[in-house]
Ligand binder design. Structure first.
Ligand SMILES: Cc1ncc(COP(=O)(O)O)c(C=O)c1O
Length: 398
């Protein structure tokens, strides 16, 4: 029985791990870079694209090129990852949190209106799990107030044409499509992309021992950790140990939880990863189909009371969110069946241990996010029909 997981490279496979290992050998990547760029432009439907090391570094680069900094405010939603806020803080600007619409898990237009101040320079619209409900309303508000709009598409790839002024995407390990690490910037204006390019050109190359570790990560997870998860906790202990000694990279560094910029934001996208990215991008349509089918089954077979009102259409979400009374006991129940469900985002600014004070987050100002967050469970959508059936049975028998 294959372990199903929402984190730890959920889109990985033996083939992905093998391809990552193969990239350890120096090879000519120019061709893969060109092919990957062509595919990405086609999927995104925009020629103004720049590949970066991550979604978080894309946010920091965009803000820096827009000269957003000290004295400026950037609005983001609660129910998010702390790296979004630490990227804002790295520019000297202040993150200001708007509450979410508890049905869509996106930023609430009503809360956004109340959060805008004369210092607001830009609003970040997060496509939570891929959903962009309310995006046009948010875009109208921004337009009417002459405020820029940045779409955070870290959870999805190819979610329609750009509505805002710019967007970021992610190829991180737990994302819709992964090249271990990676991200991109998408802009409406060519000039903005050129200034982002200048900033990115000034970033460091990843130093090679670290790249080698990165390329080993999928194999470690696929062949060592995943098969031994749950077996006397060997996988869990291995994961802790390998993370502790620095072999398995953390998705969020401790300093990022404290509101500082992490190492990933200082590097360029490593060239050897283009081969992996190119190969994953060619599976875009299959990936979309797989996720659509999974969501379709969840919608048909799960108790509608558990489903958020904004997630009732067939759509290739990154994860399918459910609201349950006691997520902790559901996680434990699912684990017994080798299913590792996700908890994005619990707490409301994740991961656990994020320093709310440094990240300038006041939970009392975002009651919807605080109410939803302790009841959230993420179901995998990158799973075949049989696996989805297993997840459904586990939930329905719980
Ligand atoms: C909403 C959101 N935006 C941005 C990011 C950052 O993406 P990356 O991991 O590529 O830096 C994340 C990371 O999980 C995220 O959840």
């Amino acid at each position: 029985m294959r372990t199903i997981t929402t984190q730890l490279f959920p889109t990985s496979s033996g083939e992905f791990a093998f391809k990552s290992l193969r990239s350890l050998w120096p090879r000519n990547t120019t061709n893969h870079k060109d092919l990957a760029m062509t595919k990405l432009k086609e999927i995104i439907n925009n020629p103004n694209i720049l590949i970066t090391s991550s979604g978080r570094s894309s946010i920091a680069t965009l803000l820096e090129s827009l000269k957003i900094g000290s004295g400026d405010e950037v609005i983001l939603q609660s129910f998010t990852c702390s790296v979004v806020a630490s990227s804002i803080l790295s520019t000297g600007a202040t993150p200001v949190y708007a509450d979410i619409n508890p049905d869509t898990l996106n930023i609430s237009p009503e809360s956004l209106r109340k959060t805008i101040s004369p210092r607001t320079k830009i609003v970040i619209f997060q496509h939570t799990f891929g959903s962009n409900e309310d995006l046009s309303r948010i875009a109208n508000i921004c337009r009417s107030k002459d405020i820029l709009l940045l779409e955070d598409k870290a959870h999805i790839l190819g979610n329609g044409k750009l509505v805002g002024d710019m967007a970021i995407g992610s190829f991180g390990r737990s994302k819709w499509l992964s090249s271990i690490i990676g991200g991109f910037i998408e802009t409406k204006e060519e000039n903005l992309l050129s200034s982002c390019q200048l900033i990115e050109d000034g970033k460091q190359l990843i130093n090679y021992p670290k790249l080698e570790l990165l390329l080993l990560n999928p194999s470690i997870v696929e062949f060592l950790i995943k098969p031994s998860l749950g077996q006397f906790k060997i996988g869990e202990v291995l994961m802790e140990l390998l993370s502790w000694i620095g072999i398995l990279t953390h998705e969020v560094e401790d300093k990022e939880k404290e509101g500082k910029l992490g190492r990933i934001s200082r590097i360029k996208f490593p060239l050897p990863l283009y081969e992996l990215l190119n190969s994953e991008l060619s599976k875009f349509e299959d990936n979309k189909k797989l996720r659509n089918n999974a969501v379709n089954t969840y919608l048909k077979k799960l108790n509608p009371k558990l489903i958020f009102k904004g997630f009732t259409k067939t759509f290739p979400y990154l994860y399918f969110p459910l609201k349950v009374e006691d997520p902790q006991s559901l996680y434990l129940h699912a684990k017994k069946h080798k299913i590792y469900l996700g908890n994005w985002y619990y707490p409301a600014i994740s991961p656990p241990g994020s320093n709310y004070l440094n990240l300038k987050y006041d939970p009392t100002k975002c009651p919807n996010a605080e109410q939803v967050s302790p009841h959230i469970v993420n179901l995998p959508t990158f799973a075949n029909e049989k696996e989805v059936q297993r997840v459904v049975e586990v939930i329905n028998n719980y």
